[in-house]
Design a protein around this ligand. Sequence first.
Ligand code: FAD
Length: 471
Amino acid sequence: MPRLMWFRSDLRVGDNRALNRASAASDDGVVGVFVVTPEQWREHDWGEPKVGFVLRSLADLKDRLATLNVPLRVLEVPRFGGVPEAIVELAREIGAEHVHWNREYEVNEIARDEAVVEALETAGIASHEEHDLCIGPAHEIRTKSGGFYTVYTPFRRAWEARFDEDGGYEPEPNPKKQPDLGVASDDVPEEVDGYPRADIDWDLWPAGEGAARKRLSAFIRHRGDAYKNERDRPSIDATSTLSPYLAAGVISARVCFHQAYEANSDKLDGGSEGLVHWMRELLWREFYKHVLIGFPRVSRRQPFRADTRRISWRDDEEAYDAWREGRTGFPIVDAAMRQLDQTGWMHNRLRMIVAMFLSKDLLLDWRLGERHFMRKLVDADLANNNGGWQWSSSTGTDAAPYFRIYNPTTQSERHDPDGTFLRRYLPELAELDGKAIHDPPALDRERLGYPQPIADHAKARERAIAVFKDA
Ligand SMILES: Cc1cc2nc3c(=O)[nH]c(=O)nc-3n(C[C@H](O)[C@H](O)[C@H](O)COP(=O)(O)OP(=O)(O)OC[C@H]3O[C@@H](n4cnc5c(N)ncnc54)[C@H](O)[C@@H]3O)c2cc1C
C-alpha cells in the first residue's frame, strides 16, 4: 500500500525528513497531498504575497515529485476543522495505512494535527510526525533548570554545544524514484478564493527548489564573506533573500546552515566572519521557533512580557494609515514601507526601524504592525515576525530595552549614507543631496510634494519612555 505524505510548510523534495521516512518505509511508494485552507489562512493574516508564493512553490513541488513518480493531490477545505476528514478520506481512497508529516509549532496547527491523529487512529491508520522545521532539535534545547531559553545568546551557545555533541546535522539524501502508481496528480490552482494575485514584483521571487538552491550557492560564494559588514546596508544586495523560501520550506534551514558551515571549513566560529554571522542569523530563526514551542502565548496575540500588557497604546488611525502607506514624512520609514508594498519583502534593518517607529514614535500597538507585515510579506512567518515585532516594541524575549529608541533620521544617515536606497523608493526626493535627503527642509517638502513629519521624534521618544516606565 502507498503511504501518504502531507506537505505543509516543507514544500520541497530535498532534505525532507517526513518524505524520506515515508519513501524508505514503503515498497509501494508515496502519494503527496497539500491542503488549501483559504479561510483559515485569512484568519492567520496570510496575505496575497504569501499565498501566491506558496501556490507557485507547490506547482514546482508537483513537477519535482513527478520526476520521482510521486503524484501530488491538492485538497481544499475552508478551515483546519475540515482537514481531518479530508486526510482520512484521501488515505482511504488510495489505500494508505500510514500518513507522514513534519510538525508545525503554532497553536492552531498543533490542534489541527491532534485532530488529524485522532481521526486517523479511529480509521485504523497510523500517523508519523517528524521534527524537521529547524536545523537541529530546537524543541529539545533546555536551560540548566530545565526551562526554555528566553535570551538568544545562551540559547545559541547551548545549541552549538548540542551541535558538537550530535556531530553536526547533515542534510538527508533525496528519496528514490518509485514505480508509477497510476494515481493522477491534481492541478495546482494559480489562485484561490479571496486571494487575487498580489501586485508585487514577482521576478524577484522565482519559484522552486532549484531557484532557492541557486540563491543559496550564489550568496555563499559571492556575498557570504562580506555579510557581516554589509548586511545593514539596504541599498546593497548583501543578504541572501532566502526568507520566503525558508518560510514556505522550499529549502531547509539545515541545507542552508550546512552549506555555510562547509564553506567555513566545518567551523561554527572563526574563519569567515561573514559566514559565521550568517549562521548565527539562521539561529535567530531557530531561537524564535524555540520560543514559539516553549511559550505558545506568543501565537495567541499575547506579549511575551506580561507587564507590557498594561501599556496604553494610542488609538490614531490617521497615523497608522500614514505608516502603512509610507506617508510619515520620515524618508527611511516611507521608503521601507514602499519596498514592502512593491516587493513583498523588506530589509531587516528597515523592519526594525519601521517597527520601532510604529510602536515607540507613534505609540501604536505592535500587533497592528505585526498583522500588516503578515498580510504584506512574501516571507510572512509567525515565529520570526512575532519575534521581530516583540523585539522592536520591547515586549518580547531578549527585546530591545524600551529606552533605546532608534532615531529614524540617524539610522538613515548611518545605514544609507549616500541616500541610494531612499532615492530608489522615493524618486520625488531624488534631487536632494547630502543630509537633506534624510530629513528634507520644510520648503523642499512642500515643493516636492513630500509630507511634513507626522511626529516630533525627540518628544515622541520621551513620551514612549514615560509610558513604558509606568507600565
Ligand atoms: C519587525 C520584524 C518582522 C520580521 N518578520 C519576519 C517574517 O515574517 N519572516 C521572516 O522570515 N523573517 C522576519 N523577520 C526577520 C528578518 O528581517 C528576515 O528574516 C530577513 O530580513 C530576511 O532576509 P534574508 O533572507 O535576506 O535574510 P539573511 O540575512 O540572509 O538571513 C538568512 C535567514 O536567517 C533568518 N533570519 C535572519 N535574520 C533573522 C531575524 N532577525 N530573526 C529571525 N530569523 C532571521 C531568516 O530565515 C533569513 O532568511 C522580521 C524582523 C523584524 C525586525
